[in-house]
Design a binder for this molecule. Structure first.
Ligand SMILES: [Zn+2]
Length: 142
């Protein structure tokens, strides 16, 4: 039994798990909410085996995931896309780049005298998020 558990851990997509953990710091709800949200998507849209990005089919288990498009974890089915592990990795790297440029923009606009509300409106992000970035709670060092 112990051996089986070890094997399961070894087979886990480590990169994805770490990124998920990192993201859950941004995620304002609890970890339980986070998994509940993924379950909710699965209940409503099932577990398709086809990647919506590369259009390849036949992915199962940890080879394919539900990815959140906006990274705001909205309870909206249209905000979720089915991606294979490879596309999900590329998607996350691309999103990280976009987010890093948003963090920079927040700091720049703040220096220019814009308020958190104005910055939020400009970047289509919440005022709380802008405050988080300015206080260094979100996007630190990026
Ligand atoms: Zn793919």
């Amino acid at each position: 039994m112990g051996r089986k558990c070890d094997k399961e851990i070894l087979n886990m997509p480590t990169g994805i798990y770490q990124r998920t953990q990192e993201r859950s710091r941004i995620w304002q709800g609890s970890k339980a909410d986070y998994s509940a949200l993924h379950r909710w998507v699965e209940e409503n849209r099932g577990k398709p085996t086809k990647c919506e990005h590369c259009k390849k089919d036949g992915f199962i288990g940890s080879k394919i995931h539900w990815a959140n498009k906006s990274h705001k974890y909205k309870k909206e089915l249209s905000d979720w896309t089915r991606l294979c592990a490879k596309c999900h990795g590329a998607f996350d790297r691309e999103s990280d780049k976009i987010m890093a440029s948003k963090y920079r923009k927040v700091r720049e606009m703040y220096k220019q005298g814009y308020t958190a509300v104005q910055i939020g409106n400009e970047l289509k992000m919440s005022t709380n998020w802008v405050h988080g970035v300015l206080k260094g709670k979100i996007g630190k060092g990026k």
